[in-house]
Design a protein around this ligand. Structure first.
Ligand SMILES: *Cc1c(COP(=O)(O)O)cnc(C)c1O
Length: 432
C-alpha cells in the first residue's frame, strides 16, 4: 500500500497535489510520502514483534536526509556501505550505534571512522578484510564488533544483476568455510564475534528462497552461538515490491484480489521465517531497502515532445536515464501514469529521455492514454534506487526531491544549479 492516488482526477501524494508541486518546484521531480515510509517500516516492525529485532534500513536505496530522518525517528537503524553513508547517518540525526557497515571493499579510513563512531557491527565479506579490521582496531585499542557474511549458495531467482547469494558472485564467504573462519577469527585479539549475516539478493517476490536460506543458516547460527556467544543473526534485505500494478496496489482493497495473492508481504515473510528463527534466541537484524522506500517515491516528468516515426509513437520527457537509471540498467519496469487522469485513446507509447543513448528509454510500446506536449507523467515505485543512482550525464542537473507529510510538503533536496555541476573542475594551468 502507498499514498499516491487520484483525487478528483488529479494525482496526489497524501494530501498534496503533484501538479501544485511541479508548479512550485519544476520537473523532473522526486516526491516521497512520509506516511508510506512509516507504514512500510511499521508493518515490518509489527510482523517481527515477537522477536528482539533491529531494522537497519538499507540506505543505499534512498539516502535523502529527510527520508532517513523519517525512519530514524521511528527507531530505524541503517545498513551502510561506505564511510560516506555513515557520515550521512550522522547528518540525518540517526544513531551510528544502530548501524551495520557492509560492503566488499571497506578502506582502512572507513574502518577507522566506523570504529570511532561505535557502529553496531561490521558485516565482513572476506578474511583479508577481517585481518585488516583486527589490525586497525588494535591500533585504536578497541575490539571491533563483527558479523561474517555467509554466502548460503541459494538462488534468489531474481534479476542477475541483483542476485548475491550464490557462489557465482562476489559476496560473502562460502557456507562450508564459515566454521573455519570463525575459529580463526576467535583468535584475533581485536575482534569481537558479534553475529552472523547473510543477504541473498534484491526484489525477491517469493518467500521460498528466504526460507531455504534461513533453514540452511539457522543451524550454523546456533552452533556459532554455542561456541562464540554471538548475539545476532542478520537475514539481510531483499523483500520485493509491486512494480506492475503499482498504482492499484495503493488501494487496500486491491490486496484482497487474485493478482495480489502471490505478493510477498511482511506477514507472509514473518510467518514463514519466524518458526525457524525464534528457537535460536538470537537478536534478529533485517536490512530492507526497497521494501521501505520503493513505493514511497515517484518521479514526475513533463512531456517535451511527441513524435511518430514509422509505426512507433514516442513521448520525449524531461527526465532521463541520469535521473532514473533502473530501466536502462536492469531493464526494470516502472508503471507510468498521467498526473491528470485522462480519457484519451490508449496507444502504445515509448517514453524516452533526451540523452544520446538508445538505452535512455523508460518503457517500450506501453499502452497509455495518448499524451501531448506539456502533460505531466509520473513514474511510480521510484523511491528505491532512484535518486541515489542519479548523475549528471550530458551535464544535466540532479533533480529536486520533495517530502510530503499530510498536507505539508518541503524541499528535502534543492534542484542542482547547472553551474554547480562543474564545481571542483578546472582547466589545466598550462591552458592559459
Ligand atoms: C542492497 C542490500 C540490501 C538491501 O536490499 P533491498 O533489496 O533494497 O532490500 C541489504 N543488505 C545488503 C548487504 C545489501 O547489499
Amino acid at each position: 500500500m502507498h499514498d499516491f492516488r487520484y483525487v478528483r482526477g488529479r494525482l496526489q501524494c497524501e494530501g498534496v497535489s503533484i501538479e501544485s508541486l511541479v508548479k512550485k518546484h519544476g520537473s523532473p521531480l522526486y516526491v516521497y510520502s512520509s506516511n508510506t515510509l512509516s507504514n512500510n517500516f511499521n508493518k515490518l516492525k509489527d510482523a517481527l514483534s515477537s522477536l528482539d529485532h533491529l531494522i537497519c534500513f538499507a540506505m543505499k536505496s534512498n539516502s535523502n536526509l529527510g527520508v532517513m530522518r523519517t525512519l530514524s525517528d521511528l527507531g530505524s537503524g541503517f545498513d551502510t556501505v561506505s564511510g560516506g553513508e555513515i557520515k550521512r547517518v550522522i547528518a540525518a540525526g540517526g544513531n551510528p550505534r544502530k548501524c551495520v557497515f557492509a560492503g566488499v571493499g571497506k578502506t582502512e579510513e572507513e574502518i577507522a571512522f566506523a570504529l570511532s563512531k561505535g557502529i553496531y557491527s561490521f558485516n565482513v565479506e572476506s578474511e583479508p578484510e577481517l585481518l585488516r579490521i583486527n589490525r586497525i582496531a588494535g591500533k585504536l585499542k578497541q575490539k571491533a564488533p563483527v558479523a561474517i557474511r555467509v554466502n548460503p549458495n541459494v538462488d534468489a531467482k531474481t534479476h542477475k544483476k541483483i542476485t548475491t547469494g550464490t557462489y557465482e558472485n562476489k559476496f560473502g564467504i562460502a557456507f562450508e568455510k564459515i566454521p573455519g573462519v570463525y575459529a580463526r577469527a576467535a583468535k584475533l585479539k581485536h575482534i569481537r564475534l558479534r553475529g552472523l549475516q547473510m543477504h541473498i539478493g534484491s526484489q525477491l517476490t517469493q518467500v521460498k528462497p528466504f526460507a531455504d536460506a534461513v533453514k540452511k543458516v539457522a543451524p550454523l547460527a546456533a552452533r556459532l552461538k554455542a561456541k562464540y556467544n554471538i548475539e545476532f543473526l542478520s537475514i539481510g534485505g531483499g523483500i520485493g515490491i509491486v512494480y506492475e500494478n503499482a498504482l492499484a496496489s495503493g488501494n487496500p482493497d486491491w490486496w484482497n484480489r487474485k493478482e495480489a495473492r502471490n505478493i510477498l508481504t511482511p506477514e507472509k515473510y514473518a510467518a514463514t521465517l519466524l518458526p525457524n528463527l525464534e528457537p535460536l534466541e538470537l537478536k534478529l537484524l533485517i536490512e530492507p531497502g526497497r521494501f521501505i522506500s520503493g513505493n514511497a517515491g515517484i518521479l514526475v516528468s513533463r512531456v517535451e515532445y511527441v513524435k511518430q516515426t514509422g509505426k512507433k509513437y514516442f513521448a520525449i520527457v524531461d527526465a532521463a536515464m541520469n535521473d532514473l537509471i533502473r530501466p536502462a540498467f536492469y531493464e526494470s519496469y516502472h508503471e507510468i501514469v498521467p498526473v491528470k487522469q485522462s480519457k484519451k485513446r490508449v496507444i502504445a507509447t515509448d517514453i524516452v529521455g533526451g540523452i544520446c543513448e538508445t538505452g535512455d528509454t523508460f518503457c517500450k510500446d506501453r499502452p497509455i492514454p495518448r499524451v501531448s506536449e506539456g502533460d505531466l507523467i509520473a513514474m511510480l515505485s521510484a523511491g528505491a534506487y532512484g535518486f541515489v543512482m542519479a548523475g549528471t550525464y550530458n551535464t544535466r542537473p540532479m533533480p529536486a526531491e520533495i517530502l510530503v507529510k499530510g498536507r505539508k510538503s518541503t524541499v528535502v533536496r534543492k534542484r542542482q544549479k547547472i553551474k554547480d555541476i562543474w564545481v571542483g573542475e578546472s582547466t589545466a594551468p598550462w591552458q592559459k
